[in-house]
Structures are given as C-alpha cells and as structure tokens.
Design a protein around this ligand. Structure first.
Ligand SMILES: Cc1cc2nc3c(=O)[nH]c(=O)nc-3n(C[C@H](O)[C@H](O)[C@H](O)COP(=O)(O)O)c2cc1C
Length: 460
C-alpha cells in the first residue's frame, strides 16, 4: 500500500497498519467516554491510531453489531505525512501547493457509491441514536458527531463547501448543528433562511484523510478540489438520495442526509472546544435527517474534540503555509515552521537555517503575529532543534533564552476572542521569544545528542 493508492478510509487504515501507525483494540470498549479516553491517550503519547473492533454504549452484551470505531486519523506529523504522501519536512510546502487554487483538481461524479447499498429513508425508521456516535469528554453535554464532514451548496451561487460542524443528538431524526457566524455554511444557510427555505446538506463520516484535511481549510471555492489536489486525481463524488447535493464522497463509510430548517434554533453543548476548555451551550440550527446510508461492515470515524487531531486539522495544517509565507518575507533564512497541536493553535515555532543578524528573530516574530490573529507566542529556534519534539523545544527555551533580554511583548494586540489568555474581545499580549543559540555572549560547548534507536529491537 502506497500513499498514492489511498482513496477511502479503509485504504488509509491499510497504509497506517503497514507503517505501524494503527492499533487494533479487540476488547469491548464503550462509546461513552472510554473510546475518547483511549484516543486522547494515544494522541498525547504519540501512539498509533486506535481502531475499536467491538463497541457498545452501556452494556457490553449489546454491542453495535457490525460496526467498528476509529479515531485520531491525523493526530500527529507522521500520520499527516502518510496522508499527504510526503515527508514530515514537506508537510507545509505540500499544504501550500494544494491550497493554491491554480492546483485545484475538481471532483468526478459517479452514480454508484458503496454507502448507497444500505439506506433508510422512512422517517419512522430513522434513528441516529442507534449509530455509534460517542460521548467524548467528561464535561460534554451529550453524544456528538465531531468528525463528520458537512457537504453543502450555496443556494444562489451553487458553489460547494466542506466544513466541520459539531452535531449533538437531540432526537431520533434531530441534531443541533453548530455553525459559527463567519462560515461559508452560515452564509448558505442564511441565504436559504431569508427566503423561508430549508437547506439540504449531507454529512459524510469515515473518509479518505485528504477530504478530512480539505474540510478544515478556508478556501475560495469547493474544498473538494483541495482533496483532489492532494491525491493528484479527482475525488469520486455522488448525488444525494433525498437532498440536492451532488458532491458527497462516494467512498464514505456513512452518510446522513437532511435539511437545516429555517428559523429554528435549539440548544446544543457544551463540548470540549479547540482552546482546550469547555464552551458554553449554543442556540444552534436544527438538522433534520431524511436518509442514512452506510457501507457494508461500516467504520464510524470520530475526532476527539479539544485535542490534538482537532487542532491539527483546524488550526495547524491550514495555517502553516500562511505562517511560512509571512516569516519567509521577513527573513530568507527561515527553514521550517510548525504550530504544535498541543498549544491549540496559539503558539508557533519558526526554525532558522542560520542567523545573519541579531535582530532577525524579532522581525520574524513580528511577521508571525501579522500572519494570523490567533498566533500569540512565537518561538524562533535554530536548525538543530527538532520542532516536532516538545522536549527539544523546552530544552531550547531553557538553555538558550535569557528572559530579561531575549523576549519582547506586544501588549493590547488583537487575538482570538476565545483565547483564554485574552479578554472577552480577544485583546491580549503577544510575546516573541528568541531561542536561538549564538547571541555573542559567551562560547558554548558542543550539544549532546544520541542517535535514536528502534526500541522494539531492545524492549520486545
Ligand atoms: C474537528 C473540527 C470541529 C469543528 N467544529 C466546528 C463547529 O462546530 N462549528 C463551526 O462553525 N466550525 C467548526 N470547525 C471549523 C470549521 O469547520 C472549519 O474552519 C472550516 O474550514 C469552515 O469552513 P467554511 O467556512 O467553509 O464553512 C471545526 C473544525 C474542526 C477541525
């Protein structure tokens, strides 16, 4: 299995397994907190992604027959590199290439889709509560779809859109769908609502990671084109059975079709949010389900909310190319950038190949703050620091920073309103940190390092 051959979740799982990035969990696991706890632990400890082969809600004797559950598809750089078909060091450049509209690869329409083999459209038989939709964090308000990609079409422009919108189960056919104000989906829903009409959408779950990555990006046009650019060939899409949406991924594991109702709002939440705290409940649009279709032997895919994969898809991959563009403008010596997912999109790391003047790290940090309002902390490091390794980063901060001299702050700058360190309007202090080595203060010795060994050889 090669990255180029991936076209659905199953082929991605085969690729992950071949690279030691998948772990099969055979013992029964509850979808109420337990599965998310395992997924979150795997993510934090950089372990392989878990595929739960036996899942239940409250009684292990009554499992979700025939279903499996998968999480953490894109939780850290090794798996993201496999998903994109590139080296870890090429992730930022690959994302820059696929986000360029000049490289768009539009999808191709097909009639047949494996998820159309098992379909329920009878309103009396639809019951989303029978699906293995997990309750994730301990403080979550209910069972939420967090890894579903919403496929929509603006009713006036006809432009397609992919997005993530958390959905809480509120009844057998009803979910509350969270849609923030500045989203494309919000504009499509508002346009339909202004005419008193409902908006048809589909929610696709269990996907080629190229589509998962695409859905987290902000883009002029249909994000399905980004997924095509990642794969280097058109994504196969199909028309809905009960909704006028014709770009539903043909190889999804599970599809919910339905309508966002006009002028209806219901309370959903709280849920673990991207900044790592629980949010408030929201009054959100109501999604009424009109059809459910699934593949034989389906795999339900989830994203552990407020944790690494959530941040990786929403805050890291779409923004690293933007960060690279801004800091490279400030200095030709930038080699790489990274937004570590464990800092929730607020801290960025910029690596220099070399330093040509003492002020360079500060100018780079200023450029980083201009790239995106969410960036609040910028750490500039040398080429010998592994920017993907938190302990290397802490080592550089500890041994290369004189905190009285190598730090500058920008008080009262605009940041994200939900950044817990800012005030409620998002105003707060940004901080640039020069964690580079040579500041002409004194000579250092050589840095200690040990080659990494393959531990399995020694610890088996
Ligand atoms: C896992 C995940 C969950 C998300 N949940 C929501 C959500 O509940 N509501 C929302 O408005 N945006 C949410 N987002 C952000 C948007 O889906 C994302 O930024 C997307 O690019 C918005 O697309 P649009 O502006 O094209 O609609 C989430 C992102 C991720 C990665």
């Amino acid at each position: 299995m090669r990255p180029a051959d991936v076209y659905d979740l199953r082929s991605y799982l085969a690729l992950l397994e071949a690279h030691g990035q998948l772990v099969r969990v055979r013992q029964p696991v509850s979808i109420i907190h337990e599965a998310a706890n395992v997924g979150a632990t795997c993510e934090r400890l950089q372990q392989p992604a878990p595929l739960f082969e036996c899942i239940y809600e409250d009684d292990p004797a009554r499992p979700f027959e025939g279903w499996r559950l998968f999480s953490s598809a894109l939780a850290h750089p090794e798996r993201v590199a496999l998903a994109l078909g590139c080296a870890k060091s090429e992730i930022t450049a690959t994302m820059a290439r696929v986000l360029d509209p000049a490289n768009a690869v539009p999808p191709v329409r097909v009639n047949d889709a494996p998820w159309k083999r098992n379909v329920i459209t009878d309103p009396d038989k639809i019951d989303v509560r029978t699906l293995p939709i997990p309750k994730h964090a301990m403080g979550d308000g209910g069972r939420f779809i967090t890894g579903g990609v919403v496929i929509s079409k603006h009713p006036e422009t006809g432009i397609g859109n992919l997005s993530y919108n958390r959905m809480e189960i509120l009844g057998p056919r009803t979910l509350g769908m969270n849609i923030n104000q500045w989203r494309d989906l919000q504009r499509a829903h508002a346009a339909a609502e202004a005419k008193g009409e409902r908006l048809g959408v589909a929610v696709a779950i269990g996907l080629d990671p190229a589509i998962m990555i695409a859905a987290g990006c902000k883009y002029e046009g249909d994000e399905t084109n980004i997924a095509g650019a990642i794969r280097g060939r058109p994504v196969e899409v199909t028309r809905g059975i009960t909704v006028d949406v014709d770009t539903i991924p043909a190889h999804a594991e599970l599809v919910l079709e339905g309508y966002l109702l006009p002028n209806a709002r219901r309370r959903e939440g709280p849920l673990a949010e991207f900044h790592g705290y629980y949010g408030e409940p929201w009054e959100s649009p109501v999604f009424e389900v009109t059809a459910i279709g699934w593949r034989d032997a389906p795999i339900y895919q989830t994203i552990v909310p407020g944790w690494h994969e959530h941040i990786y898809i929403g805050n890291v991959l779409p923004r690293e190319p933007l960060l690279m563009r801004f800091v490279s403008h400030a200095s030709k010596n930038v080699r790489a950038v990274h937004i570590p997912p464990y800092t929730n999109g607020f801290l960025v790391v910029v690596q220099l190949a070399k330093k040509t003047n003492m002020g360079e790290p500060r100018n780079i940090a200023l450029a980083a703050f201009a790239a995106h309002p969410n960036f609040r902390v910028c750490v500039v490091v040398d080429g010998d620091v592994d920017i993907y390794d938190p302990s290397d980063l802490l080592w550089a901060l500890t041994t290369r920073v004189d905190w009285g001299q190598d730090v500058f702050t920008v008080p009262r700058a605009q940041g994200h309103e939900m950044d817990p360190a800012n005030d409620s309007k998002g105003i707060g202090t940004k901080i640039g940190i020069d964690a580079t080595f040579d500041k002409g203060r004194r000579p250092y010795g050589q840095r200690v390092s040990y080659p990494l060994v393959e531990l399995a050889k020694y610890l088996a």
